[in-house]
Write a protein that binds this ligand. Structure first.
Ligand SMILES: [Zn+2]
Length: 234
């Protein structure tokens, strides 16, 4: 096989390995991001529940104040009952008292609903906090693994970079540039085998003379359709 072609195939194998590692690195970053996002989301849910409870506590204070003022009126009317002179006035006061009692009951019902709601919120805060701790724990464990993996990946990439440089250095500049260009445009695959008289990249049929050229191995031959560099499988 053409020596340059052999070097290009080796270069491409190095680049494929490098891409795989880069992919693994990006997966680690994505996983890290997912952990951070889900922790942030739990934190936001906790904050929302807390702010709901604090809003309710203002509401409850207002309602307590209303109850106190209704009770005060009832007490006053009860005292007034002793001093009234007419039946009508007496009945009117009794009405007022009854009315006050109804209002108080209604407010107490409202309070009960809010208190039940807050109880649920408190429980959900506890659940969310536990979930947060679980995620945090899992993330802490994973972080160690991630760090070890990242370090290994970076070392591997550095090694591959060195190997890559050795290959690039022995290739004529126009060929290495051609390789890089095709690689960038063709999703990382620039050198492809001839597969059953078709291009291993775009799968179009190759003219006989092209296959012959590759067979001879004197020059680098490219597929006229996808511009990838062709080689013959051994
Ligand atoms: Zn092709």
């Amino acid at each position: 096989m053409n020596e340059k072609l052999a070097t290009l195939i080796e270069l491409q194998n190095i680049d494929i390995k490098k891409d795989e590692i880069i992919n693994k690195i990006s997966n680690i970053h994505n996983e890290t991001k997912l952990f951070e996002e889900s922790m942030k989301k739990k934190q936001e849910e906790i904050e929302n529940a807390k702010s709901e409870i604090s809003k309710d506590s203002v509401f409850k204070k207002d309602k307590d104040f209303e109850i106190a003022s209704v009770e005060e009126k009832i007490r006053k009317h009860n005292m007034e009952l002793n001093g009234v002179k007419t039946n009508d006035a007496y009945r009117a006061l009794l009405n007022e008292i009854e009315n006050g009692k109804q209002i108080k009951l209604r407010i107490e019902d409202e309070l009960l609903i809010v208190m039940e709601k807050d109880e649920k919120l408190l429980k959900s805060i506890k659940d969310l906090q536990n979930q947060y701790i679980e995620i945090e724990k899992e993330f802490a464990n994973k972080k160690n693994v991630f760090e070890i993996e990242l370090k290994k990946h970076e070392e591997d990439i550095a090694k591959l970079e060195e190997e890559r440089k050795l290959k690039i250095d022995v290739l004529p500049k126009n060929i290495s540039e051609k390789y890089e260009n095709v690689r960038n445009n063709k999703h990382g695959i620039a050198v492809v085998p001839i597969d059953n008289n078709t291009c291993g990249g775009c799968h179009r049929n190759l003219p006989i003379h092209v296959i012959d050229e590759v067979q001879k191995g004197k020059e680098l031959v490219i597929c006229n359709n996808c511009l990838r560099i062709l080689y013959k499988k051994l």
